[in-house]
Design a binder for this molecule. Structure first.
Ligand SMILES: [Cu+2]
Length: 129
């Protein structure tokens, strides 16, 4: 993940003013910075769920940022008609972990899915247009 740092640093500097205006975050909030150019942001949240039931993205190369606000491991893949699309596989092992990658998707309906056994409920719609 070290490749993130130069970019994250510049974004952080640019957003310092707005962040400080918010009064800071609670100590229980996992620490990570969502890249400003992320085309799709997915978070795993408590009770083995995604943070949304429906996601949207713009067709083409989509930078996916995946963060873990839950306490167990999750593995994100994109499905189309029950088959994994592309070679994107993002893994977050514990709370506060994040991963990112890029996938090229044409317009259409996909699903954001977790491949961990027992996590079948992590199955949300992704609409690419
Ligand atoms: Cu999962």
């Amino acid at each position: 993940m070290s490749f993130l740092r130069p970019f994250a640093t510049s974004v952080f500097a640019a957003s310092m003013i707005s962040l400080s205006a918010c009064g800071g975050s609670s100590s229980s909030t996992p620490e990570y910075t969502v890249p400003a150019d992320a085309g799709l942001v997915v978070k795993a949240v408590a009770s083995i769920r995604w943070d949304a039931t429906e996601y949207t993205a713009t067709a083409g190369d989509i930078k996916v940022f995946f963060a873990n606000d839950d306490s167990v491991k999750h593995i994100l893949v994109v499905l189309k008609d029950d088959s994994v699309v592309g070679d994107l596989e993002l893994i977050v092992n514990k709370r506060g972990d994040f991963d990112e990658g890029t996938i090229n998707l044409e317009a259409g309906e996909y699903r954001i899915y977790c491949t961990i056994p027992g996590h079948g409920g992590m199955n949300s719609t992704l609409t690419v247009s």
